[in-house]
Design a protein around this ligand. Structure first.
Ligand SMILES: [Zn+2]
Length: 109
């Protein structure tokens, strides 16, 4: 069971308390972008075994969106943080590095 903590209201709950919203930190492309960029934005997603960053919404609580850093293989959660960020906070990256030395995902190391 995946256990998450909402960074806004502090509620800790099972994943049924929340709703997954897919991959976090996508680079959005819209009108005026190339066909390849737009296609990649719409359809291509990471599917790693290991460290991953995801969007979640606290549907049975405050209703706010947030991001979670977790391991997809072990369900270990490294931390949750505001969705209004362009990259994971340093303390989240440090927590991941402490437990998964040498990890990398995109440009987040
Ligand atoms: Zn909440």
């Amino acid at each position: 069971m995946l256990i998450l903590e909402c960074p806004y209201c502090g509620v800790t709950g099972e994943e049924t308390e929340f709703h997954g919203g897919g991959e976090a930190h996508l680079t959005r492309h819209g009108p005026g972008s190339s066909d390849d960029d737009f296609e990649n934005y719409l359809f291509l997603r990471e599917n790693p075994r290991g460290v991953h960053f995801e969007r979640w919404r606290h549907v049975n609580g405050c209703g706010k969106w947030f991001h979670a850093a977790r391991d997809t293989a072990t369900l270990e959660v490294f931390g949750t943080y505001s969705a209004q960020t362009t990259e994971p906070p340093q303390d989240i990256k440090d927590a991941i590095t402490a437990k998964r030395p040498g990890w990398s995902w995109r440009e987040f190391k």
